[in-house]
Design a protein around this ligand. Structure first.
Ligand code: AMP
Length: 192
């Protein structure tokens, strides 16, 4: 049987804003700590603002290697986070998204805005085209992503995507569950 690649680094997509509920920040911090605790490195958009910054600082302060990838034009706007293990400044958004994809073995999505949606849907569409088979896990904090899950079901129900495409997204109810899913994949790989 084909042995899956071990998951060593996880890309987190999430808001460049904090959102308006304390739970969003709480879970972002938890996720950063859990990523470090699981011995994974974090790949993300390099900003110090919003949930992005919260995840990155928590992961870094808990001992994870944090790899930031930012396009030059956002270097000021998203205020690059100091103390990253690696910082890559790309020419544009496309290079940024490609490098984040290439450096990651899995994706975890926390609440976020249009940028987060774009990044998540792009990874789903690339998986749909068999360009990768990396897990994409939504952390459905407070039901934040339920409308997206419903939208994907609707797309499938009305015949615009196959039923398997609905399975491209895995839904976790908490950061702990999301990281456990990655650990379970690694454990499964070890025993194959
Ligand atoms: P947001 O979810 O809109 O707060 O954005 C989260 C991250 O996605 C930030 O690092 C943004 O730079 C990035 N982002 C914003 N717009 C886009 C876009 N059109 N495509 C890809 N990423 C984006």
């Amino acid at each position: 049987m084909h042995k899956p690649m071990p998951i060593k680094s996880v890309c987190v997509y999430c808001g460049s804003r904090l959102g308006n509920k304390d739970l969003y920040q709480k879970q972002a911090k938890e996720l950063g700590q859990l990523i470090a605790g699981a011995g994974l490195s974090l790949v993300y958009g390099a900003g110090s603002i919003g949930l992005m910054g919260v995840v990155a600082r928590a992961a870094r302060d808990s001992g994870a290697d944090v790899i930031g990838v930012i396009p030059g034009h956002l270097d000021d706007v998203e205020i690059t986070q100091p103390g990253l293990a690696e910082l890559h400044v790309t020419d544009d958004m496309h290079q940024r998204k490609k490098m984040m994809f290439e450096r990651s073995d899995a994706f975890i999505v926390l609440p976020g805005g249009l940028g987060t949606l774009d990044e998540t849907l792009e990874m789903m569409t690339w998986a749909q085209l068999s360009l990768h088979s990396k897990p994409i896990i939504l952390v459905n904090t407070n039901g934040y992503w339920s409308p997206l899950v419903e939208l994907v079901k609707h797309v499938v129900a009305d015949g615009f995507a196959s039923a398997e495409n609905a399975d491209l997204l895995t839904v976790a109810t908490s950061p702990a569950e999301a990281v456990k899913m990655l650990e379970a994949i690694n454990k499964q790989g070890e025993i194959q």
